[in-house]
Design a protein around this ligand. Structure first.
Ligand code: F0G
Length: 391
């Protein structure tokens, strides 16, 4: 059957029923790409001598260019089922783009609150062209989210003034968003046949790390029930043990926007990775739970390290991601340099690592141009062009 998006693919694990109108742009089913060139680079330049299978989960291949579409298909479908007139979100850009697209498809209004001047050009252009009402807040993402919550709370009161319009908040505090986003973990297990040993990913508002952890644990439990059933029948102990494994969640926040690492909210978060420029994550507890239950870490990465990984991904793998997405690879490089994996060499034969690449590079073209050599202008003559090529 033709692929029809994450709701149809994983319907039995999602809070939908036969009356839910499925609003989909056929999101999900994104490639899990072997990172062979990056692996060679790490072996050569960082003396990495692990028996390693390294993969990228390319979430920028989703319909609006980021992982947000997985959660938005569920959130907007449920909003439509519940007869919402509009959806609302605060966003550093990708949630806004995704909400706007799915609302357009659903035929409902969309309002987005974004931090003025801090949203990458591609994301802003998406929200506008999909027809959302875009409001630029003279403040940061955390302030925009606070306002979005207030608007939706006020509106849900029966005697609201002005009169009540059904507005649904579609930030990741909406549980349907987390439900949809957990399907990325399902896909990884479906491709690998098991969960990876480590998963590296950026952390901003912390919904995604929360969703992945939920996905891995739920899918593991489900598969474990099946394998237990098989175990009784076949006495196949090996398959039962294999299905017990869960990944260690390795989350990375930008140094200037690292509230979870520091242990307190940051009033003025700063980073070039605007997607994760967040000082008080809504899913803070979920991220801590994912870290602690998995035995992983949440750590910082500097803007310089993010940009290095950003360039490396493009130049070695042909993968153009947005700066925030490169935080996963920057985190991996930081941990290899720290010797984090050295002690594992003797213990394990093969290590499987997945880096989540959350958003497409074309979201933020200014950043790519800013750090690259500008094209030289030459006259329209064959000799001049050959001279510039150096032939
Ligand atoms: N990567 C990208 C490309 C993002 O857009 C975001 C978050 C993250 C990583 C972090 O994910 O918030 O679930 O921890 N973007 C949100 C937005 C905040 O409004 O688009 P998270």
């Amino acid at each position: 059957m033709v692929y029809q998006g994450v709701i149809e693919r994983y319907r039995k694990y999602l809070p939908v029923n036969k009356n839910t109108p499925v609003v989909t742009l056929y999101e999900g089913n994104t490639p899990l790409l072997p990172a062979d060139n990056l692996k060679k680079y790490l072996q050569k330049n960082l003396n990495l001598n692990l028996n390693l299978n390294l993969y990228f989960k390319c979430e920028g291949f989703n319909p609006t260019g980021s992982f947000k579409d997985r959660g938005m298909t569920v959130a907007v479908s449920k909003a439509k089922e519940e007869k919402a007139e509009a959806v609302l979100c605060a966003s550093t850009g990708n949630t806004a783009a995704s909400a706007a697209a799915y609302a357009a498809k659903a035929g409902i209004k969309c309002i987005v609150l974004v931090p003025s001047g801090k949203v990458a050009l591609g994301k802003l252009s998406q929200a506008l062209i999909y027809g959302a009402k875009v409001i630029a807040i003279d403040g940061n993402f955390d302030q925009a989210l606070k306002l979005a919550r207030e608007i939706c709370e006020k509106n849900s009161q029966p005697k609201a003034d002005p009169p009540r319009v059904e507005i649904t908040l579609v930030n990741s505090i909406n549980p349907y968003r987390i439900e949809g986003q957990k399907t990325a973990a399902f896909e990884i297990i479906d491709v690998l046949g098991k969960a990876p040993d480590y998963q590296f990913m950026p952390v901003g508002n912390a919904g995604n790390i929360t969703a992945y952890w939920k996905g891995y644990t739920e899918y593991r439990n489900f598969k474990f029930q099946i394998s237990n059933y098989k175990l009784e029948k076949k006495k196949n102990l090996q398959s039962a043990i294999c299905n017990l494994q869960l990944p260690k969640m390795m989350g990375f926040q930008a140094e200037g926007a690292a509230p979870i690492v520091k242990g307190y909210p940051i009033n003025k978060p700063k980073t070039i990775a605007t997607a994760i420029r967040i000082g008080n994550p809504a899913s803070w507890e979920g991220a801590v739970k994912a870290r602690d239950e998995s035995g992983g870490v949440i750590d910082t990465i500097s803007d310089k390290e993010i940009i290095q990984a950003y360039k490396l991904l493009a130049s070695t793998e042909g993968l153009f991601v947005e700066p925030a997405s490169a935080a996963s690879v920057a985190g991996l490089i930081k941990y290899i340099k720290k010797g984090f994996f050295s002690s594992l060499v003797t213990r394990r034969s093969l290590l499987v690592i997945v880096c989540i690449l959350t958003g497409h590079g074309l979201k933020d073209p200014k950043q790519a141009i800013k750090i690259s050599l500008k094209p030289k202008i030459v006259s329209a003559k064959l000799n001049s062009v050959l001279k510039e090529i150096g032939i």
